[in-house]
Design a protein around this ligand. Structure first.
Ligand code: ZN
Length: 127
């Protein structure tokens, strides 16, 4: 289950401490991208802030993406728009996938209400 913040894994009691919750959150982001770099498409095992933290980028799901080590290092604090469009491996489809993810279509942003007995929503979860 892909949740928007590590703390949500704690609230949902899926993790017993913050460090485990954070690991789980990162793993789920990578799985959502099938361990492929969102930028170059190579196998990836790191998480990148699309909008760099140095420029005020938040650590929430819509700003976190699966990224290979090379792209992560290479991109550094550069603005993603400028950096990515200059790369030889730039691909419009991948850029659109990133835009979609950023546009809060990240799976965890989709909330669903769980209905209890009698059809009354008892809980709101994200898928
Ligand atoms: Zn890459």
């Amino acid at each position: 289950m892909l949740l928007s913040k590590p703390s949500e894994y704690l609230y949902e009691m899926l993790a017993s401490n913050y460090s485990k919750a954070r690991k789980m959150w990162k793993k789920n982001i990578k799985e959502a991208w099938k361990y492929k770099c969102a930028y170059c498409g190579e196998r990836a095992d790191t998480i990148d802030h699309i909008h760099p933290q140095a420029h005020g980028g938040q650590s929430d799901l819509t700003n976190m993406i699966c990224c290979c080590e090379d792209c992560n290092k290479n991109k550094g604090h550069e603005s993603v728009e400028i950096w990515y469009f200059q790369q030889e491996f730039f691909q419009q489809e991948r850029w659109e996938a990133i835009e979609l993810w950023k546009a809060e279509l990240a799976p965890a942003q989709r909330k669903r209400y769980i209905r209890g007995r009698g059809g009354i929503p008892t809980k709101c979860i994200v898928l």
